[in-house]
Design a protein. Sequence first.
Length: 294
Amino acid sequence: MIATGNIVKGEVLFRVPDKLQVALCDLDADISAERCEEMLVRWILEFRANEAGAEGDSDQQTFWAPFLRLLPQGCKSPLCSEAPNFQLHSLGFQRHVVDETPKGMSYEELQVLSVVRSYRWGIQSKYNDQMLTRLVPGAHLFNHDADRGGTCGDLVDELGRKLSEFGAMAKIDYEAGDEVFINYFEEGRPHGSATMLFLYGFLPETVEYDTCHDVLHLRRKEHHLEDKVKCIMGVGQGVVAEGGVGVEERRRIVAMLQAEMEVAAEVGDEAWSIAGPKAIEMIETMSSGDIKEL
């Protein structure tokens, strides 16, 4: 969605009424906060298995519809693929979800968890200054080149019980023509669609593999240098085909690292600026067998 005019920082972009939100802590009083997401994952899977809920439960169908639409339906899902050209997508998904996921979750549950986390939004309440974790339709739509907004309005009453509508506010100024929200399946716009989709584990048919390095930029501020080095090692391992690493694969890895170095320079990441050239030199000078050994 493109801004047709200027949008000022702090302006409300959209509002979501309370009835369309879910508070994770309200799912079950006997479940600890750490297990709320796991419970919701199983809830959504059960809801889908029952063909979108009980008959006549239109409110439930309305709420869960956007969650269910994001599950794999006509999209490639690279999470468990051994194909070389899907390995980097798997890495991007793992860094966002799998590394922070309780053990024992099935492949299908991990897919749903990625969707749940794309809707998750923490709201600061006026009751005991608690942070309420809410699932808000629309939270996943923000352009990831910008902040995902904030909240506005009174969120709870004096007893901390009644929630009002949720408002997402712009945290930056937008000019006319800026992309504010992402269209997931827009053909010809691989940057917006690809970064959003494979961040959560899905790859639309129209997205080229060459755009996959974008995923490494999305969470650059939240990962230490060691994580990035591990990712390089993972990429070196992941793109290995049975015949070893070819010229094109090697070029893709180097291009990805160069792009990451440019981003590091923009944000003042000196450590990565030093480590990047060394990593590139290492990959360029290694033989296929050496990288395969990695």
